[in-house]
Ligand binder design. Structure first.
Ligand SMILES: NC(=O)c1ccc[n+]([C@@H]2O[C@H](COP(=O)([O-])OP(=O)(O)OC[C@H]3O[C@@H](n4cnc5c(N)ncnc54)[C@H](OP(=O)(O)O)[C@@H]3O)[C@@H](O)[C@H]2O)c1
Length: 353
């Protein structure tokens, strides 16, 4: 399955919060070699180490420090076969189709194309088979490459847990309250005076994404496009003074509810990814970790589980209004962004390229 030589890739939005995660996660990646970095016009022409305001505890990898940033044009990716996009959505909407037209495979974090029925929102451990819509996408749009997206960061871990429970018991209604880390807002993101010692009960556009994207990811492929799954989600999105890791509180009603919490825990613990999503370099191990302590999961203690790719669940218990309630923690810039896009690219390489 491993490619015979490293596959050249580009990182678009390389200086941002997600872009930096890409640089850190692609350092020593067994399949990929970064050949181009793209930023906004204000940093184009500068060396990466000069332009970036580095936020991660690991150092900037030596190979990245001297790379010269390019502005966001279709030519900027050079000989890259895959472009990892961490661009603002409006920039992604313009650039990503031009890249796909030129034969580049775009693995995007941006929301620009998530609503298109022929563009998958991939979580390989959940819906790897949605990759099949690429054939229809490329034919319909006349692209030599293609676009796959990952979900917004809150929907990622949430949907992994929902998938395991949907498979076992069938979902009907899901009520979600998120407590989202500040790194989810990019850099500089939310002003410190707004968020320190505070909670902001509003994140622009987030609730609509969390109410819709899980339904697409758990949907089915029919005639080359994705049909939404038949359940409803109600979401409340909050920004909290946490650096990394989104915590999501969930209550749900099911079609065939489990008899008790242990049955729901067993369904999540035994959940296995589809065959084609197993054994890739970024496959989460385990996919879901259920913590039994009364006060876990917590973002600071649990978001980095499994290198930030594992979905951590806890406090699984009966819900007196509906059937079940529990808590999920997931790393927003790893599973919910750069790590997720890299996993998507690994699936593309093993199934399509
Ligand atoms: N943060 C998360 O947890 C998360 C999770 C999932 C998805 N996302 C999505 O991922 C994308 C990036 O988010 P982020 O949090 O990394 O944002 P960010 O920290 O604000 O970084 C934005 C990046 O885009 C570049 N950029 C800005 N304007 C540009 C332009 N006109 N042309 C070309 N490049 C431009 C910036 O370059 P300069 O440094 O040169 O300005 C920077 O590299 C967004 O679409 C976001 O919604 C983020």
């Amino acid at each position: 399955m491993k490619p015979s030589s490293p596959i050249p890739v580009a990182v678009l939005g390389a200086t941002g919060t997600v872009g930096q995660r890409f640089i850190a996660l692609l350092d020593k990646h067994p399949w990929f070699k970064v050949v181009a970095l793209v930023s906004s016009e204000k940093n184009a022409g500068k060396r990466y180490a000069e332009a970036v305001h580095w936020l991660l505890p690991s150092s900037i990898p030596d190979w990245a420090k001297g790379m010269v940033l390019k502005s966001a044009t279709p030519e900027a990716v050079g000989e890259a076969v895959i472009a990892f996009s961490a661009l603002p959505s409006d920039v992604a909407r313009e650039l990503e189709p031009k890249l796909a037209e030129r034969g580049i495979w775009v693995c995007s974090n941006a929301s620009a194309f998530r609503r298109e029925p022929d563009v998958p929102i991939l979580l390989p451990e959940v819906n790897a088979e949605h990759i099949s819509v690429l054939e229809h996408q490329r034919r319909k749009r006349g692209w030599k490459g293609g676009i796959v997206t990952n979900s917004n960061c809150t929907s990622a871990g949430l949907t992994v847990a929902l998938k395991a429970l949907d498979k076992a018991f069938g979902l009907r209604k899901v009520f979600v309250v998120s407590m989202q880390a500040v790194s989810g807002a990019g850099y500089p993101g939310v002003a410190s005076l707004d968020i320190l010692g505070n909670v902001i009960p509003y994140i622009n556009g987030e609730e609509a994404k969390v109410e819709w994207e899980p339904r697409k990811m758990l949907g089915s492929v029919e005639d080359g496009v994705i049909r939404l799954a038949d359940f409803v989600v109600s979401a409340h999105a909050n920004r909290v003074p946490v650096v990394d890791g989104h915590l999501v509180i969930i209550s749900m009603a099911m079609r065939n509810p489990p008899k008790n919490a242990e049955e729901a825990i067993a369904a999540m613990e035994k959940y296995a990814p589809p065959e084609i999503a197993r054994g890739l370099p970024s496959t989460p191990t385990p996919v879901i970790l259920v913590r039994r302590e009364a006060d876990r999961p917590q973002p600071r203690l649990d978001a980095a589980t499994g290198g930030g790719m594992t979905t951590v669940v806890g406090r699984v218990r009966p819900d007196p209004i509906w059937d079940l309630k529990f808590v999920v923690v997931s790393h927003n810039t790893i599973r919910g962004a750069a790590g997720g896009a890299i996993y998507n690219a690994e699936l593309l390489v093993s199934q399509v390229l």
